[in-house]
Design a protein around this ligand. Structure first.
Ligand code: G3P
Length: 218
């Protein structure tokens, strides 16, 4: 499973990249707006930090404008994957830019049918939002399972990027289903590596070692 970080915060990315576990980055207009900086400037800094796919989202909503914006974003860096929302105009734009070799991550996916259309039109990645479905008592993970089954049925090469992850359980369930990518807040990435019994066990090892060494050297 590939791990992407879901952030546009440079310091957060720098901290997580040092773990050696970050395979890419996803951003969205809300995450970029939170940084209060120019998208292109932030994007270039992110691409210098992470040698993997970096998703940058269009904010246009008509096909001609999405196409123009996608072409502009794709030129920022070779690792840029253009995020296009799963709307009718987005599908039309996807059909055009995919044929030009621009890699597209279709985002704001909330149904398996949406994921099927995105794959048919050439998306290299789809982003189903599991947390936002769970938030309204709908099963986000059931959607992931349905999409994986459909993509396997028709040998689609489109990768399923599980988004809107709220906890380590989402990551665990996504991995058990076989999703290709999970995009995580850095907080969740840190939670993945923690277990209280590991900390307790290490503390005991070191205490025993220290006690024994004091005896030996006393
Ligand atoms: O960036 C896409 C997705 O991960 C956003 O998730 O937390 O805003 O529901 P969230």
């Amino acid at each position: 499973m590939k791990f992407f970080l879901d952030t546009a915060n440079i310091e957060e990315i720098r901290q997580s990249v040092s773990l050696g576990l970050v395979d890419g980055i996803t951003t969205n207009p809300s995450l970029v707006a939170k940084e209060g900086r120019d998208l292109e400037e932030v994007a270039k800094e992110i691409c210098d930090l992470v040698d993997g796919p970096v998703s940058l989202e269009v904010v246009s909503t008509s096909a001609p404008e999405i196409i123009e914006e996608a072409r502009r974003l794709a030129k920022i860096h070779k690792n840029v994957v253009v995020k296009i929302p799963m709307i009718r105009e987005g599908l039309k734009a996807l059909h055009v830019v995919a044929q030009e070799g621009i890699r597209v991550n279709v985002t704001l996916i909330f149904s398996a049918n949406q994921a099927l259309l995105a794959a048919k039109n050439g998306a290299v990645i789809v982003s189903p939002f599991v947390g936002r479905l769970d938030d309204i008592s709908s099963s986000g993970m059931e959607l992931i399972s349905d999409i994986i089954q459909i993509y396997n049925n028709y040998q689609f090469k489109t990768e399923v990027l599980v988004a809107s992850i709220r906890s380590p359980i989402h990551v665990l369930e996504a991995a058990k289903i076989g999703a290709h990518i999970a995009t995580l807040p850095s907080k969740v990435l840190e939670q993945l590596l923690k277990h209280p019994l590991t900390d307790i066990g290490l503390e005991k090892f070191l205490a025993d070692w220290e006690k024994q060494n004091q005896l030996v050297h006393s």
